[in-house]
Design a protein around this ligand. Structure first.
Ligand code: ATP
Ligand code: LTN
Length: 329
């Protein structure tokens, strides 16, 4: 039996955070043992928000190096940059003609990002989920491991694929989202009702994977909580619940056991313990990232190899799609 396939992507808009690590990349690493995987640095998506050219290039390479440092073996998984495989943009155009404006108008990420970038609500930002659908459908992915914020985009991808298949026959594989039971939405340390996001302007909101152990511990000490001083998971306590989730993910313990562990501790001791657990867990990855970044030639060679393999697989789907639509072949 052939292995089932995974596709997932991450934007090169900054240094990955503890949120992208727990919500997505750590699961990519776990699932990669059983699946045939493609992991893509989605730099075409990144330019839906204005980017400085040098910074975008730097973040692109850094992101690829993070994926490798976090355990995605380039010999076993296809790792590459989206802009290196033109089929993504090509299928995206075709799918634009099968996506409805009514659907795109409902996308939460579009609403949030347009509110944050009022001066640049571009068409790319609007059709972003269509390009995302193209990413997934090109490779006939069965499973798409993402954080909670991406659930709506995967639903839309399924809808577009189903609509296309209904007209043209069984062309696309309809993918499933894989959203982890714990850690699917890590919240900002400064505003625990908002998602931790690598493009947040407040650096204290995020733990970046590149942060030193000292910086990580300081950020957790400053984390916004409440005045009640009991370590309990509840809707009324978003800050503490977020810290409990992070601690549970880092230690592999159940939330209830974490609550019990800190039942008699104050917030100070709890925050210190969470900070230490995160700092300790992330330290080896940071060293590995530095090692990988010291050989850009090798990193670029990995990306080139990945793009070649991805392009071969994408070409098969694209040819089927074009034939089905009725282009002269
Ligand atoms: P940006 O801030 O540039 O929009 P982001 O940090 O929100 O980026 P990405 O890094 O592109 O998002 O997301 C990569 C993957 O990580 C996605 O699957 C996303 O759902 C997941 N992810 C991102 N942030 C979090 C978070 N705070 N909690 C859980 N999962 C997350
Ligand atoms: N939209 C996602 C990144 C992304 C993606 C994808 C995820 C682009 N293409 C395909 C899964 C599958 C984000 O904002 N994090």
């Amino acid at each position: 039996m052939t292995q089932k396939r995974i596709f997932s992507g991450i934007q090169s808009t900054g240094i990955p955070t503890l949120g992208s690590f727990l919500g997505a990349i750590s699961n990519w690493e776990k699932l990669s043992a059983e699946y045939d995987c493609l992991f893509c640095v989605v730099d075409l998506h990144a330019i839906t928000v204005r980017q400085n050219p040098e910074t975008l290039r730097k973040y692109g390479r850094e992101m690829l190096a993070w994926l490798i440092a976090l355990g995605l073996n380039p010999e076993k998984n296809i790792l590459y940059y989206q802009s290196h495989v033109p089929a993504h943009a090509e299928l995206s155009w075709l799918l634009n003609c099968f996506a409805y404006m009514g659907e795109l108008n409902r996308m939460t990420q579009f609403k949030v990002k347009s509110a944050k970038n009022e001066e640049n609500i571009n068409v790319g930002l609007y059709s972003y989920p269509v390009l995302q659908a193209a990413d997934i459908l090109l490779y006939r992915a069965d499973l798409v491991p993402v954080g909670e914020d991406q659930r709506q985009h995967i639903e839309l991808c399924r809808d577009i694929a189903g609509r296309f298949n209904k007209i043209y026959g069984d062309i696309f594989t309809i993918p499933e989202a894989y959203i982890p039971p714990v850690g699917a939405k890590i919240m900002s340390l400064q505003n625990p009702t908002e998602k931790m996001s690598k493009s947040d302007e407040n650096v204290n909101s995020c733990v970046y994977l590149s942060d030193s152990p000292d910086a990580i511990i300081k950020k957790f000490k400053r984390a916004v909580t409440d005045s009640d001083n009991t370590v309990k998971f509840s809707q009324e306590k978003p800050g503490i619940s977020n810290l409990l989730t992070i601690y549970a993910c880092m230690t592999g313990k159940k939330i209830a056991d974490c609550e019990a562990e800190f039942a008699d501790a104050g917030y100070g001791a709890f925050k210190q313990a969470v900070g230490e657990a995160v700092a300790q867990n992330l330290a080896p990855y940071r060293d590995e990232h530095a090692r990988i970044m010291s050989d850009i030639g090798e990193l670029d060679a990995i990306a080139a190899k990945g793009a070649k393999k991805a392009a071969e697989s994408a070409a098969e789907t694209l040819a089927k799609v074009k034939k089905a639509i009725g282009f002269v072949v």
